[in-house]
Design a protein around this ligand. Structure first.
Ligand code: KG4
Ligand code: ZN
Length: 346
């Protein structure tokens, strides 16, 4: 079985071809980072236009790299939500058009489920497993019991961890996205110099809260002498922030493991899972931990193709009338009870 996967839900335009032997046959990805950098964050309108401009070329490139024609595929999968709706429409409409022309099954993939299933592409992981999903838009702990079967154990009550990394990066003048820059700066920093809070630690359950931690970084910045921060301040604040985030993740995952009721495995996914320090902290929990290679933790199309493949081999395909969903919680039934608002989509 061979699938083409398409990812366009945020600021990465990507196409990949993956087979059921877990081989990524081709993968093309174009980051829009430079397009959004002047604005300090992702601008949905710019993202949608950039996806539209580049997706066809990336799809053609991935197919050529794989040495395949569309007729050789068993299906096409695209992120159908959650995400920025303009981009999601570009991706789903492209996938649907290919399916319509070549009479292929279409699979509407939940972007979060794709992050959740990536570990099954890269490693031999059987259901059930505990998933820590930490990205720019999401921060949650889930029991993954099967394809399309997730039990939410806890989540953030305010900011996602990646969002907190991005905001801290921005206030320290490190640009966007903040995550990788904060991690880099933290390497030479002293995590003890600034005393930052560890929100939620010790509380029952496994919810997260990061907005107080982010505010504490802002207050620490404001207490510094006026003018630009010196590199030591920046490094020490990054190290303190990252250490606090690490303590929180370890505590919340420990609670989640108790709720999960099994000794792991713990799978980490989402862009923040690319953070080597946080991976090492989570590895200190006494359970097997699986973290996909960094390039497959951040947004990519191989994970979409793989999630599509997992669904397709269970016969879970979608009609060409499937509506893109800007919001799509992972533990919600795929079909909402309340009909979504009409869109112009096919
Ligand atoms: O999963 P992802 O690529 O996109 C979604 O949000 O769905 O995650 C992007 C997020 C951004 O907030 C980015 O700052 C964060 O992941 N991130 C990191 C690192 N690399 C990416 N956060 C901390 N450390 C990193 N090395
Ligand atoms: Zn993502």
């Amino acid at each position: 079985m061979i699938l083409l996967g398409i990812e366009t839900s945020c600021d990465e335009t990507a196409a990949a071809v993956v087979d059921d032997a877990r081989t990524i046959r081709a993968q093309r990805l174009l980051s829009q980072l430079d397009d959004h950098a002047p604005y300090g964050g992702v601008v949905p309108e710019i993202a949608a236009r950039a996806h539209l401009e580049h997706l066809d070329i990336l799809v053609a490139g991935a197919m050529a790299d794989a040495g395949l024609g569309f007729a050789d595929l068993d299906g096409v999968a695209a992120t159908a939500g959650p995400g920025l709706i303009g981009g999601v429409l570009v991706g789903t409409l492209t996938a649907k058009a290919i399916c319509a022309v070549h009479d292929l099954p279409f699979v509407a993939v939940n972007h979060l489920e794709a992050h959740a299933l990536t570990a099954r592409l890269t490693d031999d992981v059987a259901f059930p497993y505990l998933l820590l999903l930490v990205s720019g838009g999401h921060c949650q702990l889930l029991a993954v019991e099967g394809v399309g079967r997730h039990r939410r154990l806890g989540g953030t009550v305010d900011d996602a961890l990646g969002e907190a990394f991005d905001k801290v990066g921005k206030m320290l003048g490190l640009g966007h996205p903040g995550g990788p820059a904060v991690e880099r700066a933290a390497m030479s920093g002293d995590p003890e110099r600034f005393d930052l809070p560890r929100p939620m630690i010790g509380r029952p359950g496994c919810d997260f809260s990061f907005s107080g931690l982010k505010t504490a970084v802002r207050q620490a910045v404001e207490k510094r002498p006026p003018g630009p921060l010196d590199p030591t301040d920046v490094a020490d604040l990054c190290a303190a922030f990252q250490a606090a985030a690490g303590d929180v993740l370890v505590d919340r995952c420990r609670h989640a493991l108790a709720l999960f009721g099994r000794p792991g495995p713990l799978v980490v996914a989402g862009g923040v899972a690319a953070n080597t320090y946080l991976r090492a902290r989570l590895d200190s929990l006494d359970v097997p931990m699986i973290a996909p290679p960094i390039a497959l933790c951040t947004d990519n199309a191989a994970m979409i193709a793989w999630a599509g493949l997992e669904r397709l081999r269970l016969g879970l395909t979608d009609g060409l009338d499937f509506r893109a969903r800007p919001r799509w919680p992972l533990d919600e039934d795929r079909r909402p009870e309340v009909p979504p608002a009409p869109t112009d989509e096919l």
